[in-house]
Design a protein around this ligand. Structure first.
Ligand code: EPU
Length: 339
């Protein structure tokens, strides 16, 4: 029997550590719980929010609806070929626990995504990425329950329409699917991706010349720990903005004016810029306004030093967006989901 909890403080449920009260909250510990919730009609017509690890959400007000907290667990092998293994993980697993499981089983593919905060089920929604790898690179399929029809649905990679920190679950199907498991195709033969500069340097610093999957994971963890704030200590949701994509002409103009600006040409001819660099060069790095601030080591990460409200964070974000637009003529789009 599912229990609907009332008037729940969401501060422990979001890595930003923002206070907000949910009118109702239900914990989903199995697929059966999810089916029961849909069948009960409990939330029909009610505002609802599917919450995993709460690592990419910013609450700007109390939530006058039902928060569905996904907590199911389990990781197992589904099938094997000579070179690859399909691994299915429950949506409620902690993302980094899954990465460690794959590393400990010698399965390659997710090691560059070590230590990303959040749950497995939230991974495909954002198409999480780091150090030259995105979740979509190893994604096989996922299973979800349609919260409107109650039907089970499987999604292939194509059906998820993955983009840069983007998927169909942030667009047409926003709030409609309760993802309960995700399946990855992992490699028995390690194909390490070390192209991202900092990884090689970190491996050198570790005196590793023939890296294993575990070494790469360790290197990524230590880079992240050195640059990014630990949400258990300082509230944050990782990168607050997406890295903006501009036309080649615009990038060329900026390069003329700021020769040291980092630019990442994309396969379609557009150019990705580093939002962290733009924000730092507007003078925001380390800035603090009561308990809302910009991390002193990574300008793309907004932080809550304790009692900032979601509106404090949004107000600071707006000032950053305005100054980047004014100085560089570039619009920054939020990566974090505002609730
Ligand atoms: N930079 C600065 N100042 C800063 C931050 C960055 O000049 O304060 C420069 C760096 O020197 C570098 C460039 O900007 O030249 C890129 O910085 P970095 O390698 O730290 O990565 P990022 O573009 O800021 C992205 C992802 C991160 C991911 C890292 C590493 C986005 C929005 N963010 O950040 O993902 O961990 O690359 O791959 O794409 C997340 O999405 O939450 C996240 C943390």
């Amino acid at each position: 029997m599912l229990r609907i909890l009332e008037n729940i403080q969401l501060k422990p449920y979001n890595t930003f550590g923002i206070s907000a009260i949910a009118r109702e909250l239900v914990e989903i510990r199995s697929k059966e719980d999810a089916v029961e919730l849909v069948k009960s009609g409990q939330f029909k017509g009610k505002l609802h929010l599917v919450l995993g690890g709460g690592s990419n959400v910013l609450f700007t007000a109390d939530f006058d609806g039902l928060v569905i907290n996904i907590l199911n667990k389990g990781i197992h092998r589904v099938e094997e070929t000579e070179d690859t293994v399909l691994v299915e993980a429950a949506a409620g697993e902690v993302w980094h626990d899954l990465v460690m499981w794959t590393v400990n089983h010698g399965l390659g593919g997710l090691e560059n995504l070590s230590l990303i905060p959040g749950s497995v089920g939230a991974g495909p929604v954002q198409n999480i990425g780091a150090y030259g790898v995105e979740l979509k690179d190893c994604f096989h399929s996922l299973n979800a329950i349609d919260l409107v029809s109650g039907n089970d649905r499987a999604f292939s990679k194509e059906e998820c329409r993955f983009g840069y920190r983007d998927s169909i679950f942030k667009r047409e199907l926003k709030g409609r699917m309760l993802i309960y498991s995700v399946t990855f195709r992992l490699s028995k033969v390690p194909m390490l991706k070390l192209g991202y500069g900092a990884i090689k340097q970190e491996l050198e610093a570790m005196s590793v010349n023939k890296p294993t999957i575990a070494d790469v994971s360790k290197a990524v963890c230590s880079i992240r720990i050195s640059k990014l704030p630990d949400p258990a200590v300082t509230g944050n949701a990782g990168s607050f903005f997406k890295n903006p994509v501009v036309s080649a002409g615009k990038a060329e103009d900026l390069k003329k004016q700021y020769p040291e600006i980092p630019v990442y040409p994309q396969p379609d001819g557009t150019v990705k810029l580093a939002a962290g660099w733009l924000i730092e060069h507007c003078g925001w790095k380390g800035y603090r306004e009561s308990d809302a601030g910009i991390h002193p080591k990574q300008a793309l990460v907004l932080v809550n030093y304790g009692n900032a409200s979601g509106l404090d964070i949004i107000s600071l974000a707006g000032k950053i967006q305005n100054s980047v637009l004014e100085k560089f003529g570039v619009r920054l789009e939020m990566e974090v989901n505002v609730a």
